[in-house]
Design a protein around this ligand. Structure first.
Ligand code: S3P
Ligand code: PEP
Length: 428
């Protein structure tokens, strides 16, 4: 599907974005491991989370889905059954890596695979600690890439010092730790998003968090419960950036997750001069939630580096567009992890924005953008990467002429209503 974006004169709205992708995945997985019924409200019916539902269904778990309401009927940690076929995680790194942790604890054989993008992403980062806990895992490329064949069961608890700040690695080990006797601990170089710890505790597991160290006690009795998923800040950020530089723009996004391990983009946008107000702060199912209002202003360049990178890694394509529209230089560094996402997001962001006329230079671990050049509408590739397609659309709203985005249907991965939402907001 090709989408054409025309420049926008004003943006106005008061809306919600769909449920958080990271939290939706975890609610289905923990629901599958819990006893009794888990009711998930505001679930993200995007392709990635539907892959997670498919995978847990193939393991014998009953799941009912009706729009954004999902009911999971789990039978406890020992109730998952050997799947009859290969498990397909589609485009979703979260599904593959977190399910690898769960399957490592299950005493049967399973194979996890995914689409061409996912089969190029590094899996050794989970295979190594899970094998050290006792899972037997073999995979393509000398245990580097999916497909991954797992024979699980009889795990030992561990203390794992992860070389990367990755919530997927941390979560894979913690989820495997549920199946082991004793306490499993993960120590990270920097704190990654903490939804797994929060939700494990919400379902009744014993969790201890000390700075960059998280421990889970093995063999808990997880209890099915109701989870209300907050709106996805990673989706909201595209709309916030779309409005940030438009004079007179006024947008309120309600019910957005503002977990501090996810909301670095709000800090950066404020630092760049965006007129953002966060209000109605509250707690929903163990996660902080708020409403966010942005009004158009002028942005200036900034530096985004190590301390904040884990808290905004998925927002960097959107922030790169903000930087191209800002006055002055923006430097993004210490973000080499971007190279291991659905695409190599350093290369694809640089390709997209240079094609549109921005002054952007690729670095090994990020990019440098000298903002303020007029953007030019063009025909661009999404490379099948949902966040790149949305970044292209937001840049297109601020470019001269028409921007055509190829394979734009990939927005269905995380934000199926993205283009409709942009239409609702745009005053042509
Ligand atoms: O745990 C999660 O839900 C996620 C963790 C991050 O990946 P890493 O763990 O590779 O940093 C993030 O980029 C991804 O979109 C979702
Ligand atoms: C990297 C992402 O997701 P995943 O790793 O789950 O594919 C993303 O949504 O930007």
């Amino acid at each position: 599907m090709e989408i054409a974006i025309t420049p926008v004169r004003a943006l106005r709205g008061d809306l919600q974005v769909p449920g958080d992708k990271s939290i939706s995945h975890r609610a289905v997985m923990l629901g599958a491991l819990a006893e009794g019924e888990t009711e998930i409200e505001n679930f993200l019916p995007g392709e990635d989370c539907l892959s997670t539902i498919q995978v847990v269904k193939s393991l014998g778990v009953e799941v009912h889905i009706e729009k954004d309401r999902v009911v999971v009927r789990g039978g406890g940690l020992n109730a998952l059954q050997e799947p009859e076929n290969v498990l397909d995680a589609g485009n979703s790194g979260t599904t593959m890596r977190l399910m690898a942790g769960i399957l490592s604890g299950c005493p049967f054989f399973s194979v996890l695979t995914g689409d061409a993008s996912l089969r190029r992403r590094p899996m050794q980062r989970v295979i190594k600690p899970l094998s050290a806990m006792g899972a037997r895992i073999t995979s393509r490329g000398g245990n580097a890439y999916a497909p991954m064949a797992i024979t699980g069961g009889a795990l030992c608890s561990t203390t794992y010092r992860s070389p990367v700040a990755s919530a997927q690695v941390k979560s894979a080990v913690l989820l495997a730790g549920l199946f082991a006797d004793g306490t499993t601990t993960v120590i990270e170089p920097a704190r990654s998003r903490d939804h797994t710890e929060r939700m494990l505790s919400y379902f009744g597991a014993r969790i201890q968090v000390k700075d960059k160290q998280v421990s889970v006690w093995g063999r808990p009795k997880l209890q099915g419960c109701k989870v209300v998923v907050p709106g996805d800040i990673s989706s909201a950020v595209f709309l916030l950036v779309a409005c940030a530089v438009v004079p007179g723009a006024d947008l309120t996004v309600r019910n957005v997750g503002i977990n501090p391990t996810r909301s670095g983009a709000l800090e950066v946008l404020k630092e760049m001069g965006a007129n953002i107000i966060i209000f109605n702060e509250r707690q929903v199912s163990g996660e902080p939630v708020a409403d966010i209002r942005i009004r158009g202003s002028r942005l200036k360049g900034t530096t985004i580096n190590r301390a904040i990178i884990p808290y905004l890694i998925d927002e960097l394509p959107a922030l790169a567009v903000a930087a191209a529209l800002a006055e002055g230089e923006t430097v993004v560094r210490d973000a080499a992890e971007l190279r291991y996402k659905e695409t190599d997001r350093i290369t694809t962001v640089v390709k997209l924005l240079s094609q549109m006329g921005a002054d952007i230079i690729e670095q090994e671990d990020g990019f440098i953008i000298r903002g303020g050049r007029a953007l030019q509408g063009t025909e661009c590739e999404s490379f099948g990467d949902h966040r790149l397609a949305m970044a292209a659309a937001v840049a297109g709203l601020h470019a001269r002429g028409i921007t055509k985005i190829k394979s734009a249907e990939c927005v269905n991965i995380s934000f199926p209503a993205f283009f409709n939402t942009l239409n609702l907001l745009s005053v042509q």
